[in-house]
Design a protein. Sequence first.
Length: 313
Amino acid sequence: MSKIVIALGGNALGTSSNEQLKLLENVSKIIVSLVKDGNKIVLTHGNGPQVGQIFLAMDYSANGNAETPVMPFAECGSMSQGYIGYQLQQCLQDEFERCHIKKNCATIITQVLVDANDEAFNNPTKPIGKFYSEEEANIIAREKGYQFIEDAGRGYRRVVPSPKPIDILEKGVIKLLVDNGVIVIAVGGGGIPVIKTDKIELLQGVDAVIDKDNSAALLAKEIDADILLILTAVDKVCLNYNTDSQQELAKLTVSEAKKYINDYQFAEGSMLPKIKACIEFVSGNPTKKAIIGSLDKAKDAINGLSGTLIVDE
C-alpha cells in the first residue's frame, strides 16, 4: 500500500464542463482501481484553460455593466478548484457506488503561499485561457494591459506570472484526511497563489498561476507521500523527442535527469517542469519514487510496467 499524489493536467480535462465530466468518468475508473489495491490517493490537477475561461467570462460580463463587479484572478482560481473538484468528486462517488466500495472523497480549496518578491512577477510566462489571433491579442493588450505570447503555433494566449510555491496552507487538513482514508482533491491549478502583506502578514490573493507539478511535488513532500505520479499525454519521457532518434526512458536518476536538462532535452512549458518537480520530490529521499506516464496507463506505471521512474542516486 502506498500514499500517492497524482497530478492531472488541466489540458486533459477538455474545453467545456460537459466534455470535462465525460473525461473525468474515465479518470475515476483509473483512480478507483488504484484505491482497490489499497493505495491512499491525493489528486491535484491543472486549471490553465479553465481559470482562463472563468476570468474571460467574468471580465466580459463586467465590461460596460456597472452592476457586475470585476472578479479578481485569485477568486477565479478558487472557482476553478471548486467546479473541477465537484465534477471529480461526483465521478469518483459514482464509480465507488458501481464497485460497491464505501469510500469518502472531498475537495479542499487550497491556498499556496508565494513570495511577493518572486522574480516571476516581473516575467509572466504561464499561458491561460483561449487562443487569439495576433491582431486580437494586440487589441486586448492595448485595452486591458494584458501580456500575450505566441503558443506553439496555435495562436496567442494571455500569460500571467508563475511564482514558486513556498507553503501549502491547508496541508494539515489534507494530511489528516488522507491518513484517515479519504480520497482528497487538493491544490487544484497549483493552488490559489497568496502572499503575506508586509506589515501584519495578512494573506492576499495575487494574479498568478502556480505550476501544478511544482505544487504537487511540494504537497507530496509535505504529506510524506511515497509516490508522485505525474500524468501526461505520453507513456514515457523521451530523449530527442519527436525526431527520428527519439529514445524512450524507463528510468532516470536525479543526476541523469539534471544532465539531460543541461543538454536542453526537455521543453520549457512541457516536460521540463515535470522533470524538475520529480527531482524536487525524490532528491535526498532514496525511498521515494516519482513517475511520469500517461493517464490510461497509470496503474501500469505504479506497477513498473509503463512510464518513466525517477529516483534519487
